[in-house]
Design a protein. Structure first.
Lengths: 111, 116
């Protein structure tokens, strides 16, 4: 199973773009990259998923380079309410691999 | 919107007690999961179920069992509670595995369990 590494924490300010990079050097050919967001006292919430290049939705963008050994979650113009823990998961459920949550990145957005 | 409801937000039990944590989902999802979350350790999978009466061990099943008698309900059982099982417990559900890509998991808001 692919192991992921992401920064423990990062600070930002309101209105800035936040980019969180996740390393997954041993990603397998069929693995997908999935990101979750967790607010205090709540369960994680699915944000975005991708396989290659770029994926965008109403919440975030996900950039995946050609070698797929890393991925970057981009949160545009963050607000205080984006303060949360963000988890990067890599795996392929169709192959029977359960996705594993690591420690995540704690993002603090300051006024 | 998918709703996953855990029966208690906070629970205090004593060492040696048998503890039941209940989870109900309203979206007819086949898959259901139980995790525990501890500071510095992230979420760790205890058990999951992909159908009624079916269960599979996750990464840390020791000291726990599960029951899934109905599709919408997944129960986590601590057979004899111990202090090292004090934790936040999270339940999740999802649709069956896709041919490609992974299904998003929908989480409840957790039960904070304290074992004294």
């Amino acid at each position: 199973l692919a192991k992921t590494t992401q920064p423990i924490s990062m600070d930002s300010y309101e209105g800035q773009e936040v980019n969180i990079t996740c390393s997954h050097n041993n990603i397998a050919t069929n693995d997908y990259i999935t990101w979750y967001q967790q607010f205090p006292s709540q369960g994680p919430r699915f944000i975005i998923q991708g396989y290659k290049t770029k994926v965008t939705n109403e919440v975030a963008s996900l950039f995946i380079p050609a070698d797929r050994k890393s991925s970057t979650l981009s949160l545009p113009r963050v607000s205080l309410s984006d303060t949360a823990v963000y988890y990067c998961l890599v795996g392929d459920e169709a192959a029977g691999n359960k996705l594993t949550f690591g420690g995540g990145t704690r993002v603090l957005v300051k006024p | 919107d998918v709703k996953v409801t855990q029966s208690s937000r906070y629970l205090v039990k004593r060492t040696g007690e048998k503890v039941f944590l209940e989870c109900v989902q309203d979206m007819d999802h086949e898959n259901m999961f139980w995790y525990r979350q501890d500071p510095g350790l992230g979420l760790r999978l205890i058990y999951f179920s992909y159908d009624v009466k079916m269960k599979e061990k996750g990464d840390i099943p020791e000291g726990y069992s599960v029951s899934r008698e109905k599709k919408e309900r997944f129960s986590l059982i601590l057979e004899s509670a111990s202090t090292n099982q004090t934790s936040m417990y999270l339940c999740a559900s999802s649709l069956p595995v896709r041919v490609v890509g992974n299904q998003p998991q929908h989480f409840g808001d957790g039960t904070r369990l304290s074992i004294l």
